[in-house]
Design a binder for this molecule. Structure first.
Ligand SMILES: [Zn+2]
Length: 213
């Protein structure tokens, strides 16, 4: 059994979405300073690094993170490589795929290289899923979609159509994955967000387990 950790490392060097809270990791009690234990305080937004969006992120009456079904967050998962897509994943990219019976799908794009290269600046030109792409995924009855940068939607979107379409229809979104170490294929997904009360998202440790043929 081979496990792949597809989560990014959280530190104050990790880029965050412009306008979101920054990341601070501070040792408030320290053995080095003579305290009786090391204790660290973290301060960050819930959409930090590898994280899951709950419907409440964009829908006023949407489910919050602790209400998401863990049955969807764990299970068979399809990893698709779209390394030559420059901008957006839309109908023409998705129609080529065989999505018969696919419930969970993760898109590996050139975005994963941002994490591999250790980019500290937020990258605006990330590959995203278009509104048409989101519609198509809904029609295929996909229940979970993951992408390898901090949003599934184009940076300067005004209507947030991709988020609305997916979240309104109870499709779980994972953002900020680093898929550079995994090849396309079939895996078992384990994506567990922190159990925060009433929030619009939460950081998650996401792991893929290779299903041996
Ligand atoms: Zn998010």
């Amino acid at each position: 059994m081979k496990l792949y950790d597809v989560s990014v490392l959280i530190s104050d060097e990790l880029p965050v979405w412009p306008g979101d809270p920054g990341i601070s990791v501070k040792r408030t009690s320290s053995l080095d300073r003579g305290d009786n234990a090391n204790v660290t305080q973290i301060n960050m937004g819930v959409h930090t690094g590898t994280h899951i969006d709950a419907p409440f992120h964009f829908e006023p009456d949407g489910k919050t993170i602790e209400q998401l079904p863990i049955e969807t967050l764990v299970g068979p998962c399809h990893v698709v490589e779209m390394l030559d897509v420059k901008e957006s994943i839309g109908l023409s990219e998705l129609e080529k795929l065989d999505l018969e019976g696919v419930v969970r799908i993760l898109f590996k794009t050139r975005n994963s290289q941002f994490w591999e290269r250790g980019e500290k600046q937020f990258q605006r030109d990330f590959v995203h899923i278009s509104e048409q792409g989101a519609k198509f995924l809904l029609e295929q009855d996909v229940k979970l979609v993951g992408i390898d940068y901090l949003s599934i939607e184009r940076f300067d979107s005004l209507d947030h159509a991709t988020h609305h379409l997916l979240l309104r229809n109870q499709v779980i979104i994972i953002e900020g994955l680093n898929l550079s170490g995994v090849a396309m294929g079939e895996y078992e997904l384990i994506a567990l967000p922190l159990k925060l009360k009433g929030t619009d998202g939460a950081p998650a440790r996401v792991v893929l387990k290779k299903i041996c043929p």
